[in-house]
Design a protein around this ligand. Structure first.
Ligand code: ASP
Length: 364
């Protein structure tokens, strides 16, 4: 038992991402992890913690959610988010948002204040106004960087999994291991030592990056349309509080150059987000593949029906259910465990548990 939390910032990461950008994304994740840890230690319920953390991620343009959302083919944002409270078996989701500052909070309001589970596009914007959530001009979400990315995606006639186009084309398929931030795991007296994450004396392990060293850029496509894997993206948070209540939240701008009206896995309960009384899961990656594999619900179902551990359930879904190279997930159990798994080259992630497990990393 005990609290646990995990945060992700997407699984479509490109090893050519400049080191300072890797560090920037990791710093934001660590900041958000600490925010969640502090809230859990202060007995804040898991559902409030995941909303708090995802709101913070949405407000930072480093990731593809809220401010910094990927642009659809029309040059506008169509954001989507979902949230689930496992202890109450309640969920809410919203899609097609273009003016709602924090999509995750609208999803929470769908859950708490509407008789529905999922509201989209004009109806969702109308609901947002009725509920009095913060509305901003649609230009708030549109960054110069994302305009460039959309242009590039259009030139390449591809849909992009996000993003942060690398500064150099050198070394495509042969990332320099010195350019990959190491995975850091720190333990001290059975407790996570978050403030030492990048300090002296921290236990650093260069994770097995052999797949990257000898790796290549997976060619990928959705029904014949090329899709590129790039950098920090969709965000998510899962948490279990000291009462053992599990909750999950996921928020995204979706894919760059996606068709207007396209809905990915992030707002779909059972695909991108799921929580029940034994675990909470948030997925990231190619939404179409995650939907087909019912990723989030399958982790919970393996635990519920087969009695598998959280780790074994995550491994099964990542290795056997989700097509290779398509994504990853974070998960916590009501026992206070936190697990991250992915079958892409990397996933921005950070986890901490009351029992002392701590992990922050990008690569395997
Ligand atoms: N799953 C998201 C989508 O397909 C993208 C992501 O995770 O980055 O919309």
């Amino acid at each position: 038992m005990g609290w646990a939390i995990a945060v992700h910032g997407g699984a479509g990461i490109d090893p050519r991402l400049p080191m300072d950008r890797q560090q920037e994304a990791r710093d934001v994740l660590l900041y958000c992890l600490q925010l969640g840890v502090n809230a859990l230690k202060a007995s804040v319920p898991a559902i409030d913690v995941v909303e708090l953390v995802v709101r913070e991620l949405e407000s930072n343009p480093v990731f593809n959610s809220g401010r910094g959302s990927a642009l659809c083919t029309k040059g506008t944002v169509e954001m989507e988010a979902s949230i689930m409270d496992g202890s109450r078996n309640k969920c809410g989701a919203a899609s097609g948002l273009s003016t709602v500052k924090n999509p995750i909070s609208l999803a929470r309001l769908v859950m708490e204040k509407s008789p529905h589970a999922y509201i989209a596009f004009a109806g969702a914007e109308e609901f947002a106004r009725e509920q009095g959530v913060e509305i901003v001009d649609t230009n708030y979400f549109i960054t110069a960087e994302n305009k460039d990315r959309l242009e590039q995606a259009k030139e390449m006639n591809s849909i992009q999994f996000d993003y942060r186009i690398p500064e150099s084309e050198d070394g495509v398929g042969k990332p320099d291991e010195n350019e990959l931030l190491p995975t850091v795991r720190s333990y001290a007296n059975g407790k996570p030592v978050l403030e030492k994450a990048f300090g002296n004396g921290v236990t650093c392990e260069n994770g097995d990056q052999s797949s990257c060293k000898s790796g290549y850029f997976p060619e990928s496509e959705i029904n014949g349309v090329p899709i590129n894997l790039y950098q920090p993206e969709t965000v998510g948070c899962v948490a279990v509080d000291i009462e053992g209540r599990c909750a999950s939240a996921t928020s995204t701008g979706g894919l760059i150059n996606k068709r207007s009206g396209r809905i990915g896995d992030s707002p779909i309960i059972g695909a991108g987000t799921y929580a029940n009384e034994i675990c909470a899961v948030s997925a990231t990656g190619e939404g179409e593949a995650i939907i087909r594999a019912t990723v989030a619900r399958d982790v919970a179902a393996l635990m519920e029906y087969k009695g598998l551990s959280l780790q074994d359930s995550v491994d099964y879904v990542i290795n056997k259910r989700l097509e290779d190279g398509k994504g990853g997930l974070i998960a916590v159990s009501s026992n206070g465990e936190a697990v991250a798994g992915f079958n892409t080259m990397g996933m921005f992630r950070a986890c901490a548990t009351e029992a002392g497990y701590y992990e922050v990393g990008i690569w395997h």
